[in-house]
Design a protein around this ligand. Structure first.
Ligand code: NAD
Length: 461
């Protein structure tokens, strides 16, 4: 059951947060740093309970829960603590001749009250990741975790007020009706993670108040597997990207494109790799997650129709288990190619070369991620130049989301805006340009050409 908010009125909650923001309490950098330290302490002291909540929601293994969620957030906070004092400093910018006596700089100011709406698949990362940047930038924050990961939503609601300033940071739990009510309120920033369909609803709601928005959405992230690649290494890296969290990862490789010859080698390597990962029976492995609910289980099963199952294809609805599955004989017209799979199913489309792969990619919506496995730089350059994607990882999957210095986000249907590392701080900061004019005689002389009476001499200066 989703945790609902007894007695919580969205209007009142937002108004409390706005009062706190207007008091200026969240602005001093020392306060932001102290709150980030508290968030770190929350993760330190409750990591095991948080993992248990994710295990309850998704069957997440300990390693995935720590590496991809809890520790990922801890490292993010640590790097914020190392850098924030520098990032908040006014940024001096070059001046031109007319402004040589003046000061020109950019101040990062908080927007105000930020709403963060999360998805269920990485229920800690997609909520706390943006929140770290929002706190660091000096905003008040309301987080709305997904109701489809209710245990994690509940633990966030219970823990956050014990560590953070609850006048400035709040959790609002609930499903579609509650989120719809929230979206009627006026926020100063909205950060949404979830499907493209709901992203459009969020964007439309934000338009009412011209609220700036980041949309972290999904899509079908393609893989091009070239004959020049080491197929065994590629199989291990592609399959890891596909089976982690049972394929319920926004940047999971969605489908593979390769020649028929490469497909044969890939299938044989995949059989070996899957055995290495999970033994004979992935259902018995503690490392293999489950599908979030029956609705998604049925949806994924429905995608298999009219395809040949080359590997896997086993399932158990009661256990919400679908084995790692590879499909062959797939064409772009098949149902499995019409929507983001978001499950452990990997279709292979045969193409004769990279140009055909480019044509397939360009017929679809712009993906969140694109994966190229090749040792041929010409082919890599050709695909990079002639396609568009939120981000690209060459010769691996998923890992482009981890460097602190790489912004993470989509393009077109896969989203707008980006975060991770310093980008999250930038996302939640308004860049306020300041020109501080000199009032001395020289400054006034330099600026005097703007005053009437106008003349050709002034115009030609
Ligand atoms: P979801 O169903 O949990 O929805 C996300 C959020 O939107 C939830 O908090 C939910 O309450 C809210 N919501 C759902 N329907 C709504 C409506 N009609 N009106 C208002 N709010 C509503 O998650 P999902 O959408 O199933 O998430 C899966 C999608 O998220 C996939 O497409 C995946 O690729 C994408 N995703 C993207 C990222 C990223 O970083 N780009 C990360 C994780 C997931």
């Amino acid at each position: 059951m989703a945790a609902i908010n007894p007695g919580k009125n969205p209007e009142e909650v937002v108004s409390q947060l706005r009062n706190t923001f207007n008091s200026g309490r969240t602005k001093p950098v020392e306060y932001r740093i102290q709150q980030l330290k508290e968030l770190h302490r929350l993760l330190d002291e409750n990591s095991s309970e948080i993992w248990q909540a994710m295990k309850q929601d998704l069957g997440k293994s300990k390693q995935e829960a720590f590496v991809l969620e809890i520790d990922f957030m801890r490292f993010e906070i640590q790097r914020y603590l190392q850098n924030l004092s520098d990032w908040v400093k006014p940024e001096k910018v070059p001046r031109d001749l007319l402004n040589m006596m003046d000061k020109a700089y950019i101040i990062r100011e908080p927007y105000g009250v930020a709403l963060i709406i999360g998805a269920w698949n990485y229920p800690i990362q997609v909520v706390l990741g943006p929140m770290i940047g929002a706190i660091a930038a000096g905003n008040c924050v309301l987080i709305k975790p997904s109701e489809l990961s209710p245990a994690t939503a509940k633990i966030l609601e219970d823990l956050l007020p014990k560590y953070l300033d609850s006048d400035a940071y709040k959790v609002f739990n609930g499903g579609i009706p509650e989120t719809s009510e929230l979206l009627k309120q006026r926020f100063d920033y909205i950060f949404y993670t979830g499907s493209s369909a709901v992203g459009k609803i969020v964007h439309a709601a934000a338009a009412k108040y011209l609220t700036p928005t980041t949309l972290e959405l999904g899509g079908k992230s393609p893989v091009y597997l070239d004959s020049s690649a080491n197929i065994e290494v590629a199989a291990r890296r592609i399959l890891w990207g596909k089976v982690v969290n049972s394929g319920q990862t926004c940047i999971a490789p969605d489908y593979v494109m390769c020649t028929k010859q490469v497909e044969e080698k890939f299938l044989s390597a995949s059989r070996k790799v899957l055995k290495e990962f999970f033994g004979e029976n992935p259902q018995a492995s503690p490392d293999y997650a489950r599908i979030v609910n029956e609705r998604h289980f049925d949806r994924i099963q429905g995608l298999l129709e009219k395809c040949t199952v080359a590997i896997g294809g086993d399932s158990d609805r009661k256990d919400k288990y679908i084995s790692p599955t590879i499909l062959t004989g797939v064409s772009p017209e098949n149902r499995v190619m019409q929507e983001e799979i978001f499950g452990p199913v990997l279709p292979i489309i045969n193409v004769d070369n990279a140009y055909e792969a480019i044509a397939v990619i360009n017929k679809m919506e712009k993906p969140l991620a694109m994966y190229l496995f090749s040792e041929n730089q010409k082919i890599i350059d050709e695909i990079l130049t002639n396609t568009s994607a939120g981000g690209v990882c060459i010769n691996d999957t998923i890992l482009h989301a981890s460097p602190f210095t790489l912004p993470f986000g989509g393009v077109g249907n896969s989203g707008m805006g980006a975060y991770h590392g310093k980008s999250t701080f930038e996302t939640f900061s308004h860049r306020k340009s300041v020109l501080h004019k000199d009032m001395g005689a020289l400054g006034e002389k330099l600026g005097s050409i703007r005053y009437p009476p106008y003349s050709d001499r002034k115009l030609n200066l």
